[in-house]
Structure formats: structure tokens, C-alpha cells
Design a protein around this ligand. Structure first.
Ligand SMILES: CC(=O)SCCNC(=O)CCNC(=O)[C@H](O)C(C)(C)COP(=O)(O)OP(=O)(O)OC[C@H]1O[C@@H](n2cnc3c(N)ncnc32)[C@H](O)[C@@H]1OP(=O)(O)O
Ligand SMILES: CC(=O)C(=O)O
Length: 557
């Protein structure tokens, strides 16, 4: 029979101890809902003694109507020398009224004597008194005892480390969770210690593992613990947490579910929500995605090397350890100078472009040549698609760029605040539009002037906006003649796309990327409205009604 593993998420408590992370009350409640939907069993929502927001969280979480998860409140054992009933931390834990209470105590003798400055006996009493006090609370919470620094303690003084957890178990703890608080343990140390503790504890007491990633071994240590008897896994989504973070629950869940037989974790269908939950937590925590994050990262199944794409197109498992869809992720093929025909073929298939071998060879040559000059299509797939259309001789621009000009305008003196002014002249059909706009900077001003010129002809452009803008000097050593690469990210209600421009002049590079961004949106709209066919082969892409000739970029067809 499958062994049940209890998933304990501490994103909202230990995760919030990560540098730069600060969840609002609303954030915490939103994340709680998502964790519940994923199927997490226990959610450690915060530390009620620590701050009013965390205390309020436990009141608000009671209204959430969670379907599966139970909420845990976190705190530490009583302070030295006082009765538990007078300890404000323990009282706050009781007042949180959560079905689960987690209390952390010292298992390393050094921490008792040197950090808390108590005798070893007083530390044992602090653990036992606190657990017994919390277990006796009127709402009878389930009690998790987190044995802080257990593995360091077990290495230095195993007898004492074991006495601390026996004190907690005998006082009524339902779970003993062994913590690698400093994150420096090795898998074989964890395996040995967990096996010894499992053998020493009564079977009625559950055993858990809580690891940190300071030695980059948190996942390996967690798996070692599970294989040696731990039935509860504590961690955070995306591994956020103090210093190098906690164990990444996404990796632990995916490994336990997909690499081993015999663990019962999430309900059927929930594993495919993993990537979505990971991205959601990044969004709420206001953190950038970690591209190379295992299982759920955007690059986890991104293939760049030509030989790899060649293999994956034939047999996905030739370069993928799992099917990305199992964890809700997706395969991506990148186009770059390292591409072979297979990358180009795959990309063209993805965008339903012509798969004619002669065209593919031409696309590959051009991409390699342009990348050599500083272009980079990985983050600019919309420009790649336009490039293919140009090389196929099918590109019909929606507008012709006649000229543009950018000036910084301002008066010196007190309160000097320069404004950037852009003038744009474009031709749409037979109509010449000449517009001027101000902006915070050149890209903003050009975007605004171009919009002013084009929106009367293409109202759909009002749906799109620029969301990111990156400039990179390509060959810094060329000093003023250095080329710059500008990548612009744009979005509308259902898509995000990247475009690129390269020039010795930053404004010109920005202009190229901007024009591609607008062209991409217009082409997308043409496909949506059936102006051009969206069928598989672009040989079936009907040419657009006659429009002026292409103005940029200069790609020979
Ligand atoms: C491994 C972990 O992640 S444990 C959780 C760590 N997380 C946090 O610290 C975040 C939340 N913490 C806080 O908000 C604050 O530190 C509080 C409210 C808990 C305590 O704040 P303060 O009373 O100002 O104390 P401060 O943070 O300076 O020091 C910790 C105190 O707790 C005591 N303490 C630490 N661990 C324990 C423990 N396991 N049992 C009993 N007392 C403990 C220390 O001896 C010290 O007490 P002292 O001031 O009497 O010497
Ligand atoms: C309890 C905890 O967060 C730790 O020991 O790391």
C-alpha cells in the first residue's frame, strides 16, 4: 500500500524570512487558497507573536472555507524561567485557534547553553512544558514539534538531541520534525539520523523533515529523510526562505510523485497545477521567475542545442526526464546561433509557418548570421516570426515608416525636468500621419507617437501595451560605436511577446523593436479575424490586401 506523505507548506512563515519577501495579509490569504487547491495538507500561515498581520491572518483564514488544507500557527517554546501560562508567545499560539500548532525548540546543546543560556535540563523542561500546555488548549490542536538544528545537535551530542525529542513526544507532540536549520547537512547524515530517530520513537508519533538549502542539498536531504522513515515534508513553494532558502516543495513533490513508486501525496490531477502555483507565488512575492528551476521553471524543458531539438522531435524522452505536462509545464524550443534545422522546423511548426526545407535553410542561415551581429531571438520570438515572413517574401507591413525624430526638451534652472518629445511620420495605405508625443523617455515617447498615428486606422492597438524594455551593449569595447540590443516585451489580454532591435544607436534599436511589436499585434489580429489563414502551413497564409512596401528591418529575401 502507498505510504502517505503529509505535505506541510511554510511559504508564508519560513518563506517570508527570505530576503526581499514581504507578504501582505491579502497576499497570504490568496496564497493559502492556491495551496489548498494544489492539495497541500498543512499550511503554516505565520507567527502570531511576531506581528499583528500574522495574528490577523489566523482570524481571516478561518473564513476561507478551505477544502483540504489545515492551518498551522508557528511559535517557539516558552521563555526561560516562566510558567507557560504566562508566556505571551504560547498564549498567542492558543489564541490563534488553529487546528494545528507548531512549536520550535532547541535540540543542539550548544544552542541551549550558549544562545538561550539555560541549563540542558531547563531546555528539556521548556520543551515539555510548552508542548503539554499547547496540547491542553481547549480546542485540542494537533501538535507539531520542530526540533531546530536537530542534525547539528545529533552530530555533536546525539544523546542530548534524542532526549529533546523524547521530551516533546512524551509531552504529547503528534509530530516530531527534524530540522536542518543551518542547511549544511549531507544526505547520508540525514539518512542515518532519521533512521535512528524513527527506530527510537513510538510508531504513534509522526516523523517529519525540514531542510534548508545552504549546501544546495535540501531536496536530496528531504528525499533521504523520506526514504528513511519521515512521513511529513516541510518546505516552501520555489524554495523561498532565509539565506539560501528552504527546500523547494515543487521539486520534492514532483520527485516523490514521479520518480518513486509508493508515495501517496496529492489527489489525482493536482500535480499538473504545480507550475501554475509556482508562478503564482513568484507573482505575489514580486520575484522574478528562476528560469532554470527544476520541473516548474520556464527553462526546465527549453531546448536550445540543435542536436537536442533533433532528438526531442523524434522521441521526447531522449532529452526530457519527464513529460513537462505532468507538472503543468511546457516544452519550449529556442532559436539561436546554436540552432540546427530541427529548432527552426519546430519553431515554424509552433507558429504554423511554412515548413519548406529551402526556406528553413535560409531562416537558419539568417538567424545564425544575425545572432553573430548581436541579434538574439530567444526572447524575441515575435521578431523571429516576422523575419520568417520576410524571408518567405510574404511580409506585408501594415504601415510604412517614413521618419522619426526624438528630442529631449527642457530648460535649465531650478525644477529642471527634461521631457522627451518624439515625432513620427508613417504612411498607412495612402494616408500620411504625422504625430508628436511627449514621454518619460525615448521609448515611451516613440510608443505614444506611433500609437497616435496608428490607432485611428487600427483601433485594436489600444489593447496592447509595453511591459518591459531591456537594453544591452553588445560589444562594449567598441566604445561609442558599440552596438546595442533592445528587447521590448509587449502584451495584450491573452499574450505576451518579445521583439528586438539592434543598432549602433539605442533609439534606432528601440524603434525597430517597437515597430515589430506593433506589426506582431496587427498580424495577430489579422489571424484572429480571419484576414489571413491560421492553418498549418503558411504557404496557405493568404497575402494581406496590398499595403505599402516594408520599411525595416533590412533583410534580403
Ligand atoms: C529556525 C527558525 O526559523 S525559528 C523562527 C525564526 N523566525 C523569527 O525570528 C521571525 C519572527 N520573530 C520575531 O518576530 C521576534 O524575534 C520575536 C517576536 C519572536 C521575539 O522578539 P524579541 O522578544 O524582541 O526577541 P529577539 O528576537 O531579540 O530574541 C529572541 C528571544 O527569544 C528567545 N528564544 C529564541 N529561541 C527560543 C526558543 N526556542 N525557546 C524559548 N525562547 C527562545 C531568545 O533567548 C531571546 O530571548 P531574550 O531576549 O530573553 O534573550
Ligand atoms: C523551524 C525552522 O524553521 C528551522 O529550524 O529551520
Amino acid at each position: 500500500m502507498a505510504r502517505r506523505i503529509t505535505l506541510y507548506d511554510t511559504t508564508l512563515r519560513d518563506g517570508s524570512q527570505g530576503e526581499g519577501i514581504n507578504f501582505s495579509l491579502q497576499d497570504k490569504l490568496l496564497v493559502t487558497r492556491r495551496l489548498d487547491e494544489l492539495g497541500i495538507d498543512l499550511i503554516e500561515g505565520g507567527y502570531p507573536l511576531s506581528n499583528p498581520k500574522d495574528a490577523e491572518y489566523f482570524r481571516a483564514a478561518r473564513e476561507l472555507d478551505l477544502k483540504h488544507a489545515r492551518i498551522a500557527a508557528f511559535g517557539m517554546t516558552r521563555r526561560k524561567g516562566i510558567d507557560p501560562s504566562r508566556d505571551v508567545g504560547l498564549r498567542a499560539l492558543v489564541e490563534a485557534l488553529t487546528p494545528v500548532v507548531t512549536v520550535v525548540g532547541k535540540s543542539w546543546d550548544l544552542h541551549a547553553t550558549e544562545v538561550l543560556e539555560v541549563s540542558l535540563e531547563e531546555n528539556l523542561a521548556m520543551i515539555a512544558d510548552s508542548v503539554a500546555f499547547l496540547k491542553a488548549a481547549a480546542h485540542r490542536p494537533e501538535l507539531v514539534y520542530d526540533a531546530e538544528h536537530f542534525f547539528d545537535g545529533y552530530r555533536h551530542n546525539p544523546d542530548y538531541a534524542l532526549r529533546t525529542i523524547h521530551a516533546a513526544a512524551e509531552a504529547g507532540a503528534n509530530w516530531i520534525v527534524l530540522c536542518d536549520t543551518n542547511g549544511g547537512a549531507l544526505p547520508e547524515q540525514v539518512a542515518r539520523a532519521v533512521a535512528a530517530v524513527r527506530a527510537a520513537l513510538p510508531a504513534t508519533v509522526g516523523l517529519g523533515i525540514h531542510t534548508h538549502n545552504d549546501g544546495d542539498l535540501a531536496v536530496a536531504n528531504t528525499l533521504a529523510a523520506v526514504l528513511n522513515g519521515a512521513d511529513q515534508v516541510q518546505g516552501t513553494i520555489n524554495g523561498i526562505g532565509e539565506r539560501c532558502g528552504n527546500v523547494d516543495l515543487c521539486s520534492v513533490i514532483a520527485n516523490l510523485a514521479l520518480k518513486y513508486d509508493g508515495f501517496d501525496l496529492l489527489q489525482p490531477g493536482r500535480l499538473a497545477k504545480l507550475t501554475e502555483v509556482s508562478r503564482y507565488v513568484y507573482e505575489i512575492a514580486n520575484l522574478n521567475l528562476r528560469n532554470g528551476q527544476a520541473f516548474v521553471g520556464p527553462s526546465a524543458f527549453a531546448h536550445k542545442g540543435g542536436m537536442h531539438v533533433h532528438g526531442v522531435r523524434k522521441v521526447a524522452s531522449s532529452y526530457e526526464h519527464i513529460n513537462p505536462e505532468l507538472v503543468g509545464n511546457e516544452r519550449r524550443v529556442l532559436v539561436s546561433e546554436l540552432s540546427g534545422k530541427s529548432n527552426i522546423a519546430e519553431k515554424m511548426k509552433e507558429y504554423r509557418l511554412d515548413s519548406d526545407p529551402a526556406l528553413m535553410a535560409k531562416v537558419l542561415d539568417t538567424v545564425q548570421d544575425l545572432e553573430n551581429q548581436g541579434w538574439q531571438f530567444e526572447a524575441a520570438e515575435a521578431s523571429f516570426v516576422l523575419l520568417v515572413e520576410k524571408l518567405a517574401g510574404r511580409f506585408r507591413p501594415h504601415f510604412e515608416c517614413l521618419s522619426y525624430r526624438v528630442a529631449v526638451v527642457g530648460e535649465r534652472g531650478a525644477g529642471f525636468a527634461p521631457v522627451t518629445e518624439a515625432t513620427v511620420k508613417v504612411k498607412v495605405g495612402e494616408v500620411v500621419e504625422f504625430t508628436v508625443s511627449e514621454g518619460d523617455g525615448p521609448v515611451n515617447a516613440l510608443d505614444s507617437a506611433l500609437r497616435k498615428a496608428l490607432e485611428p486606422h487600427f483601433p485594436v492597438l489600444a489593447e496592447m501595451r509595453l511591459v518591459d524594455f531591456k537594453v544591452r551593449v553588445i560589444n562594449e569595447r567598441a566604445a561609442t560605436a558599440a552596438r546595442v540590443r533592445v528587447v521590448i516585451e509587449s502584451r495584450d489580454h491573452d499574450a505576451l511577446w518579445g521583439t528586438i532591435g539592434v543598432s549602433e544607436n539605442m533609439i534606432d534599436a528601440s524603434w525597430q523593436a517597437l515597430v515589430d511589436a506593433f506589426e506582431h499585434k496587427l498580424a495577430k489580429e489579422d489571424r484572429r479575424s480571419g484576414l489571413v489563414s491560421a492553418s498549418t502551413s503558411t504557404s496557405t497564409l493568404a497575402p494581406l490586401p496590398a499595403r505599402p512596401a516594408a520599411a525595416s528591418p533590412a533583410v534580403s529575401t
